[in-house]
Design a protein around this ligand. Structure first.
Ligand SMILES: Cc1cc2nc3c(=O)[nH]c(=O)nc-3n(C[C@H](O)[C@H](O)[C@H](O)COP(=O)(O)O)c2cc1C
Length: 389
């Protein structure tokens, strides 16, 4: 018998019914459910070099005052999401890309206190945090933010950092099997009254409980960035938004259709999708392309190669293909780049939206300065185009 049960560690007075349920409907507290045709977010503002693996000149730096300034600006101009990258080490070479970074739950807690409307995510590698700790941290941040917390659940693909924890990295689909048990466990802690035991393949835990429950019901908003068949199935089954790495707009249309069908037919639920990438917007097309080219020219190609090797992309045979992939990683973490004038950027965002993407979680070379530009030059055009209300 578990010691807690032996000792009779139960509250002398039963919990009041309201303690056993979330306090509010997440749809009313969380900007991820706002009525915005195209949601907007920032990606990677917790890591050195953000989304550009390059020495191109930028005012971006990884300090708390600067990450805070970016978050508050994005909140003020009406962005919906701040999504951090979960990282425990860099990719070596000259930039050691993303190697200096803030841990994401504590980052989200700090930014939640300092913002008003935007949804602040933590990105959690499931094997690095026990479900009881994760559920509790998420709930705490949900209370700090008044129901604006979100969790990006990732399985941990970068083996050198997973090996930092206990020397092991599970095989690809087994990571998702572990992730499913982790998710089920966390979900029960957020929603079930009283205590329960967990006996499963990966967990054996007695008499577990978690109070308080989150603010937003039925649970904090969830996203997942799995794009393989196992990853899509995980998203279709568990989360609100799948976060997708896409090469072309045509791929996006096909992908979002398949994802939605999978969720509907296999799990009888809805899931939406968002994508990500670097936006380089300037008054003229020539200026925008010059900035993009400078990012590539000053790119850390050895770092990109390190990343691609671990991701299994070294098998691609054509040099041109390798160079194209390198470019995508150097300028936008493998996401879909958008380069041009405000009008061209809005056109491209319209195409992405028409391809079934409900949001763009972007990188900017110099987040803070370019957010001002975004607000002045791009936001009004997005409204004219009906992509924002
Ligand atoms: C937008 C996006 C964000 C991601 N963020 C992280 C992250 O912060 N940390 C991480 O280790 N992996 C991250 N990943 C990797 C994914 O979790 C996943 O491993 C990858 O997309 C491959 O999909 P698969 O796991 O289904 O094979 C991200 C992927 C995407 C597309």
């Amino acid at each position: 018998m578990a010691i807690a049960a032996e000792l009779g560690l139960v509250p002398a007075t039963p919990r009041a019914p309201h303690e056993n349920t979330p306090l509010a409907d997440g749809r009313t507290t969380n900007a991820m459910f706002a009525e915005q045709p195209l949601k907007l977010g920032l990606f990677g503002t917790n890591c050195s070099y953000g989304l550009t693996m390059s020495e191109a000149a930028t005012g971006y730096e990884l300090t708390w005052p600067h990450t805070l300034e970016i978050a508050q600006k994005a909140d003020r101009i009406g962005f919906e999401a701040l999504v951090p990258v979960a990282r425990w080490r860099g990719f070596g070479s000259t930039t050691n890309y993303n190697g200096t970074c803030f841990e994401t739950y504590t980052w989200a807690a700090g930014l939640s206190q300092a913002t008003e409307r935007i949804t602040v995510f933590a990105t959690s590698h499931v094997p690095t945090v026990h479900p009881i700790v994760a559920a509790k941290m998420a709930t705490t941040i949900d209370h700090i933010s008044g129901g604006r917390f979100g969790l990006n659940i990732v399985m941990g693909w970068f083996s050198p950092e997973m090996e930092m924890f206990d020397g092991t990295q599970r095989e690809h689909d087994e990571r998702y099997a572990y992730g499913q048990e982790w998710m089920d466990f966390v979900g029960r802690l957020w929603s079930e009254p009283g205590s329960f035991d967990v006996e499963s393949t990966f967990f054996s835990c007695q008499d577990v409980e978690a109070y308080p429950k989150p603010v937003q019901g039925p649970r904090p908003v969830l996203i997942n960035a799995g794009n393989s068949p196992a990853g899509m199935a995980f998203s279709a089954r568990n989360v609100d938004v799948n976060f997708a790495a896409m090469t072309t707009v045509e791929d996006m249309a096909d992908y979002t259709k398949r994802l939605r069908e999978l969720a509907r037919t296999d799990y009888d639920r809805d899931v939406s999708a968002m994508t990500y990438g670097l936006i380089v917007c300037r008054d003229t097309e020539a200026e925008a392309h010059a900035v993009y080219q400078d990012i590539l020219d000053k790119g850390d190609r050895d770092g990109a190669n390190n990343l691609m090797k671990v991701a299994g992309m070294q098998m691609r045979s054509l040099d041109a293909q390798i160079a194209a992939f390198q470019d995508r990683f150097i300028a936008g973490w493998g996401g879909y780049p958008i380069i041009g004038t405000p009008e061209q950027v809005v056109d491209e965002l319209g195409r992405i939206h028409a391809a079934g993407m409900g949001g763009m979680i972007m990188g900017l070379l110099d987040y803070s300065a370019e957010l001002d530009y975004f607000d002045d030059k791009i936001m009004p055009l997005l409204k004219e185009a009906g992509l924002r209300v």
